[in-house]
Design a protein around this ligand. Structure first.
Ligand code: MSP
Length: 630
């Protein structure tokens, strides 16, 4: 019964901390994985981190740490986020692990043995943010066509993969398998690209070293995309053809964002063809999120931190919003206004109300026990239809449609409550049988709704299941069938699943990264208010790391006549203690002292979040320490 299902997310670069885009791909893959598990498939769900390459090396250098140290730090941010978002991955792969490096080198050797790798010279352009090779023809006004940033010119010895050899075969595959690239519009784009001709691909670099060495020539490191894509195999134990590998390869679906489609649908399949391995069945490319109508970027300070959203609204509402708001495959816009709107309308009103009114009525009219009676009424047909439709939509990864179907059902059940009016039946003793029947049907409908929402909102579903007294292993394909399994069950008292969020009580801390756009919305102050801040120039005389903290440094700051102060600052990721000695800074001196990791901080050095991490505020010309800033 257990047809295997292998689903993956991209592996995320560790030069950056997780944002809404990463959360989106992962939550979507998680909902699909959970749904398939409920339907009885043997599921393998993989995520992980992409830790090599020039981009990570550069970012680490800017922060004054080794690439591995940077990876070790950032990987925990991803792992923690997946925990709070209830991601149910079966494995987490890091490309710096030995199992992965061996797999990549074996894949390289296999392709080389086929005669598909040769040594040549690469002379063209490279876009580091995209980790992509570009030809002069592809540049748009000298910029990378994908990210708009300036690429660098390379001229170096490089190994090439004979991708051109696979042009015909790839085209034939794309044509014979319309399901390979989803959505359809994306497929046409790739077919056009391949028809334009496939050139051989540079797959090694010599000008930096953070990567997996080319077998037999360790002056070269393997191109980060050749390395990264192989994660889908290495996590299954490749090159060993274990049972695990045999069960799950080829992957059923790689879920990715549209920006990395070409790597997954041109490079990856041709590498696999060269290695005589079967191709994944599908690559599904989702759209991009903007925020309040604008492109998300660190310089704008509008990057949505998923951890913060979970804190504010809960993991389930955030998961629900991501998958409900935008058709999977299209671009969408995130705003907290829309998030609160969905929360109140769909979760608090529709689902939350249904659950609480039905369980409350059961308490009142049936003493909290589900009547044992026939339930084959009108609701059963509605539920069965919804289950069927959700199944069809989930097979196409149309999460928004699946959720629409579930909500159509929830609203249908709410209407059924209004129409059958159990409160009126309860007033007439002669209608007891009818009342029992209505209540049993409503409870059965709640049970199936609980199962249907479980892939999207696992915590809420677990809470609902516990109120309904469902037994462990409640979320199964068989459980989706209408029946009488709740008969005689004693139902616990339910707390509201989603207390409404009132607009003015919405928790809204100040934006984390103040910015030009944000400044407009901040309340104005007068000069006296500004002068309450005792801001002074200071010079750092001593700096040392704080034990057990990756973030903090303990500083001794010279404030001239005002003496020296101990200040603890969260700048360890960007500054080495030795680089700080003698540096002029701006200090807020009348900040109430506070203890950080047990160490008293008597002020604050000012810093601003730049694109590559924090930057301390300094002075344009030398000024003695202790001068008041006004
Ligand atoms: N490391 C590569 C993937 C290698 S897979 C073998 C990579 N990593 S990434 O961290 O830059 O991005 C990973 C995913 O996040 C991509 O699927 C990308 O589409 C997604 N998103 C990044 N920003 C996004 C939005 N603003 N909106 C939606 N998803 C976006 O690429």
């Amino acid at each position: 019964m257990s047809d295997p299902f292998y689903i993956t997310t991209p592996i995320y670069y560790v030069n950056d901390v997780p944002h809404i885009g990463h959360a989106y791909t992962t939550v979507a893959a998680d909902a699909a994985a959970r749904y398939r598990r409920m339907m009885g498939s043997a599921v393998f769900f993989l995520t992980g981190t992409d830790e090599h390459g020039q981009k990570v090396e550069k970012s680490a250098a800017q922060q004054g740490v080794s690439p591995k140290a940077l990876a070790d730090r950032v990987v925990t941010r991803f792992q923690k986020l997946w925990k709070v978002l209830n991601i149910s991955h079966d494995d987490f792969i890091r490309t710096t692990e030995a199992r992965h490096q061996e797999a990549v080198q074996t894949l390289w050797r296999t392709v080389a043995a086929k005669g598909d790798i040769y040594l040549g010279e690469y002379e063209d352009w490279y876009c580091t943010p995209c980790e992509t090779f570009l030809t002069a023809l592809q540049l748009q006004e000298g910029k990378c066509p994908d990210c708009g940033r300036e690429p660098e010119q390379l001229k170096e010895e490089s190994y090439f993969f004979r991708m051109s050899r696979y042009e015909e075969r790839l085209l034939a595959h794309l044509e014979a398998h319309p399901e390979f690239i989803q959505p359809e519009s994306r497929r046409n784009e790739i077919i056009q690209f391949v028809r334009g001709g496939l050139k051989d691909l540079s797959i090694s670099r010599t000008t930096f070293s953070w990567g997996i060495p080319v077998p037999g020539n360790d002056r070269h490191v393997i191109y980060v995309w050749f390395d990264a894509l192989t994660n889908y195999l290495s996590a299954l134990g490749y090159p060993d053809r274990t049972e695990h590998f045999g069960t799950f390869w080829p992957a059923d679906v790689h879920v990715i964002g549209k920006d990395i489609l070409r790597f997954h649908t041109v490079y990856w399949p041709t590498f696999l063809m060269a290695a005589d391995l079967p191709l994944p069945r599908q690559v599904f490319s989702h759209g991009w999120w903007t925020v309040d109508g604008e492109k998300m970027s660190k310089s704008k300070g509008n990057v949505v931190d998923p951890g913060e959203m979970v804190q504010r609204y809960g993991a389930d509402p955030f998961r629900y919003f991501l998958l409900r708001e935008v058709p999977f495959g299209l671009d969408g816009d995130f705003s907290e206004k829309a998030m609160v709107g969905r929360f109140n309308a769909d979760l608090a009103n529709d689902l939350g109300n249904l659950f609480s009114r039905v369980t409350t009525m059961l308490g009142k009219y049936c003493d909290g026990t589900v009547p044992r009676t026939d339930t084959s009424g009108q609701l059963s047909a509605q539920v069965e239809r919804a289950v069927q439709r959700v199944d069809e939509e989930m097979a196409r990864l149309a999460f928004h449609k699946a959720l629409q179907e579930i909500w159509a059902l929830i609203n249908g059940i709410n209407r059924h409550v209004d129409q059958t009016a159990p409160w009126a039946l309860a007033r007439q003793a002669s209608r007891r049988t009818e009342l029992d029947r209505v209540m049993a049907e409503l409870m059965e409908a709640l049970r199936v709704v609980t199962l249907l929402i479980s892939p999207f909102m696992p915590q809420t579903a677990a809470e609902a299941a516990s109120v309904l007294g469902l037994e462990a292993g409640w979320s199964t394909r068989a459980g989706l069938q209408w029946g009488t399994s709740l008969a005689s069950a004693k139902i616990a008292k339910a707390k509201p699943l989603f207390p409404r969020i009132e607009a003015d009580e919405r928790p809204r801390p100040a934006p984390k990264q103040p910015n030009a756009a944000g400044a407009k919305q901040v309340a104005q102050i007068n000069l006296q208010e500004f002068q309450r801040l005792d801001l002074r120039t200071g010079v750092i005389r001593e700096a040392e790391a704080v034990a057990k903290s990756e973030r903090l440094l303990k500083l001794r700051v010279d404030l001239g006549e005002a003496g020296r102060r101990q200040v603890v600052a969260g700048i360890a990721a960007v500054y080495r203690p030795s680089d700080l000695i003698g540096k002029s800074v701006v200090v807020l001196c009348n900040l109430k002292p506070a203890k950080l990791m047990g160490i008293e901080s008597q002020g604050m050095v000012l810093a601003v979040e730049g694109d590559d991490g924090l930057s301390l505020l300094g002075l344009d010309r030398p000024v003695p320490p202790g001068r008041k800033i006004h």
